[in-house]
Design a protein around this ligand. Structure first.
Ligand SMILES: CC(C)(COP(=O)(O)OP(=O)(O)OC[C@H]1O[C@@H](n2cnc3c(N)ncnc32)[C@H](O)[C@@H]1OP(=O)(O)O)[C@@H](O)C(=O)NCCC(=O)NCCS
Length: 210
């Protein structure tokens, strides 16, 4: 599974993820399925291969946190710095807003200039740093937290909408939310939302917005 192949080297040889054992393909597949239909899990294709994914999940277990999510994105090394992460994140954040989620949080193991730049570019703001909070690969690591509003934060919390309950056209509209070249979503398999990005999604001078 392409998603597992993108994630495995980062688990094995970096502290980007605090997991220390590479999850199996079956484990990754069940993690994706378990998020459905409450949270989006998007992948991006480039030159007919899956090269990136972005997803959301619960921020915390207590019920009052139901409207908050934690988000993350991973791009294959050879496909980085082409706007793919930003295009996927833009779609992810737009879908989450449509579902009624209010706030997205992201924990970034520091230093990670690419992830910090991605989150800043997507409208996240830093909220603070947990110092020396994780031990991996023989060192203690800090985790910085970033947050971003999704939909209006006014008024009481409305019931959340599962992906399967979004109105027709909502996913397609979400994929128009990002950089101009992010293309429409297709529900390719039962549990997987696929963002098709058949060529580098960023052209020179096209910054895009999340
Ligand atoms: C972080 C990551 C997802 C970014 O994806 P990407 O597709 O390379 O990012 P994009 O090309 O969309 O760039 C998004 C922004 O980050 C900037 N950026 C990308 N790579 C960068 C780097 N190595 N250093 C500094 N800035 C960088 C881009 O310039 C852009 O900012 P801008 O719009 O202000 O110019 C990717 O580098 C990655 O998968 N890294 C390893 C896994 C990881 O760290 N995931 C995040 C976990 S919190």
């Amino acid at each position: 599974m392409a998603v597992q192949a993108i994630y495995a080297p980062l688990v094995e040889s970096t502290a980007v993820s605090f997991e220390v054992a590479v999850p199996s393909i079956d484990e990754m597949a069940s993690r994706i399925a378990d998020r459905q239909p409450a949270y989006p899990f998007l992948v991006a294709e480039w030159e007919e291969s899956v090269v990136a994914y972005a997803y959301a999940g619960r921020f915390s277990g207590r019920a009052a946190y139901d409207w908050s999510v934690e988000t993350s994105a991973y791009v294959s090394e050879h496909a980085r710095h082409r706007g793919i992460g930003q295009a996927l994140y833009a779609a992810l954040l737009a879908i989450l807003g449509e579902q009624g989620y209010r706030r997205a949080m992201a924990g970034i193991v520091l230093p990670n200039p690419a992830s910090v730049a991605l989150h800043n570019a997507c409208g996240f703001t830093p909220v603070g740093v947990y110092e020396a909070v994780g031990w991996k690969l023989g060192a203690w690591h800090d985790v910085g937290w970033w947050q971003r509003g999704l939909a209006t934060t006014d008024g009481p919390a409305d019931p959340l909408v599962p992906l399967t309950g979004l109105p027709a056209g909502a996913l397609e509209a979400a994929f128009e939310a990002g950089p101009a070249t992010a293309r429409r979503a297709a529900l390719r398999r039962r549990d997987l939302l696929v963002a098709e990005t058949s060529r580098p999604v960023r052209s020179p001078g096209d910054r895009g917005d999340c």
